[in-house]
Ligand binder design. Structure first.
Ligand SMILES: *Cc1c(COP(=O)(O)O)cnc(C)c1O
Length: 435
């Protein structure tokens, strides 16, 4: 296929005059894979269309929110209706209560919720709450775990930062990063050791229960349960960052899937239905430390915004329909099988590592398994870039970085999967030349 790119190139050049790097979030700039990003004009279902009128099967899904696909009718209707009633009031609404009720109903460990406008903000709120409630300052996180761009979380951050080879960022005070202790993902002993040595200083262990920002890395058997016990022994709070996994791997999130409860759960992405929402939730006694009931301050002009809560509620209602998660699993499993076969056809069966949990999936260009960030970072970036560009040229839109997940939505169908597998046969062959 001859892909037209002239309009994207000129639109992106125009953007670069006034937006830093032409983008508002670094991974979008294609630095890890090279080339010019398609500039998007619309998306519907599983398809996304750029300004040159190329249409792609989309597996970015806005990095996770688009679990129903793009522009799903119930969400479009809910947002449109809400907009006619006014887009923001700075006052209580019934919509925010309904969204909170839907979250509480789905997630066993959540009795109360505070909504904010992004995952980053939700993590900031969770950390302040954990510190305020325990009277401790230190936080434990995993190398390659991404928890948004707050100062304390840019110690060995993954995702965009790791893709760009920036382990931490200038502008983060050393003192702030020093409050964060970094351990390897999937190493429960490392967490137990830290908590044994200095548990009295550690407010919380913060972890993505399924890592999604170093590529998809599932928790080892017993890992999450071991974190739970280590935290209980030390009086440390366990925070699950379920910004990706919440309502993705199951309605009750990874906590439901793996049977381990967190003290605080951070949500985002899907619960906003494609509008800006984040949330922190947990048991009532803990959550009630937040203002106005408690002394821990937190606020937001647009928090609980009526458009965002309407989009989120419509999304969670659609996800509550029978069979959605079974369909996501079936589609993703078919895609995984097809990708494995396509890799094998290019002699890469043992040289790539495909990992999947439900509708989130990754292909690392290195031998399996990938269990932590060091493993993921040893992947071949050139091979991924070749794979990525071959897929894009064949009409499949993947994340422009190996450490981002591939997301399947409820709108992807057998035809999309078939097109993707055909594209992957050529793309693995192109990647094989670089491995
Ligand atoms: C995306 C993400 C965040 C940050 O959310 P934003 O809305 O981008 O601020 C935090 N944690 C995880 C696990 C994420 O994937």
């Amino acid at each position: 296929m001859q892909r037209r790119t002239e309009r994207s190139e000129s639109a992106f050049a125009r953007a670069a005059d006034v937006l830093v790097g032409g983008v508002n979030s670094p991974v979008r700039a294609f630095k890890a894979v090279g080339g010019t990003p398609p500039v998007i004009v619309r998306a519907r279902g599983s398809a996304i269309t750029d300004i040159d009128d190329n249409t792609y099967v989309d597996y970015v899904g806005s990095y996770g929110p688009a679990i129903l696909g793009h522009a799903p009718q119930p969400v479009v209707t809910a947002v449109t209706k809400a907009a006619r009633r006014g887009t923001t009031y700075g006052a209580p609404t019934v919509g925010e209560t309904q969204l909170a009720e839907a979250v509480v109903a789905a997630m066993d460990a959540i009795e109360k919720v505070r909504f904010v406008s992004s995952g980053t903000e939700a993590v900031m709120t969770a950390l302040r709450l954990a510190r305020g409630a325990t009277g401790r300052d230190k936080i434990v996180k995993c190398a390659g775990g991404y928890h948004g761009h707050a100062d304390a979380m840019l110690a060995a951050a993954g995702s965009g930062a790791a893709t760009l080879g920036v382990p931490s960022s200038p502008g983060v005070p050393a003192a702030t990063a020093g409050e964060t202790l970094v351990v390897d993902y999937n190493d429960a002993d490392a967490v137990a050791d830290v908590l044994d040595a200095r548990g009295g200083d550690v407010a919380a262990v913060l972890v993505e229960p399924v890592a999604g920002n170093m590529g998809v890395v599932p928790p080892r058997d017993g890992y999450l349960a071991a974190l739970r016990s280590a935290c209980d022994a030390a009086g440390t709070l366990l925070i699950f960052d379920e910004v990706i996994t919440g309502f993705r791997v199951a309605p009750g999130g990874a906590q439901k899937l793996y049977g381990v409860r967190a003290d605080l759960t951070v949500l985002g992405k899907i619960i906003g239905g494609g509008l800006p929402v984040g949330a922190v939730g947990g048991g009532a006694a803990l959550m009630d430390h937040l203002a106005p009931l408690g002394e821990i301050y937190q606020a937001g002009t647009l928090s609980g915004n009526p458009l965002a809560t309407a989009a989120g509620l419509a999304t969670l209602e659609a996800l509550a329909d029978d069979g959605v998660y079974e369909r996501l699993e079936a589609t993703a499993a078919a895609l995984e099988r097809g990708l494995r076969d396509a890799a094998a056809a290019s002699g890469l069966a043992e040289r790539v590592c495909i990992q999947r949990v439900g509708s989130m999936m990754s292909c690392f260009f290195r031998p399996p398994p990938v269990t932590n960030y060091a493993d993921a970072a040893a992947s071949n970036a050139d091979a991924y870039a070749a794979f990525f560009h071959a897929m894009l040229d064949a009409g499949v839109y993947l994340a422009p970085g190996q450490f981002e997940a591939m997301f399947v939505s409820a709108a992807h169908d057998d035809g999309d999967v078939a097109q993707t597998i055909v594209a992957a046969e050529g793309a693995f062959a192109a990647a094989a030349e670089r491995l």
